[in-house]
Ligand binder design. Structure first.
Ligand SMILES: [Zn+2]
Length: 92
């Protein structure tokens, strides 16, 4: 599922779909009139860019958000010093 990276309340996105239109043409195939969409050739593809309709941010997979949070947690652990560990305080 795609989500807005800036705000989880943003739930609408803009992306490309491919429609098939029936045209009215002259005998040489020149366009005269578009009769509108007659079928959808390809619906939205998750490999394409999806843009948040509200803020314009590029949508990401929700699994990616979880991965980012996990990386941030790991980064915090790496920056901990011995003083941050509860046991150190215990033995003081
Ligand atoms: Zn957004």
């Amino acid at each position: 599922m795609k989500v807005c990276p800036k705000n989880p309340d943003h739930k609408q996105f803009i992306t490309t779909a491919h429609e098939v239109h029936d045209w009215v043409v002259d005998g040489n195939g020149n366009f005269e009139e578009d009769l509108g969409c007659s079928e959808t050739a390809h619906g939205p593809n998750s490999d394409n860019i999806w843009t948040c309709r509200k803020c314009g941010a590029e949508a990401v997979e929700d699994s990616e958000i979880e991965a980012r949070k996990a990386l941030e947690r790991m980064d915090k652990v790496e920056r901990m010093t011995v003083e941050d560990l509860p046991l150190t305080h215990f033995y003081k």
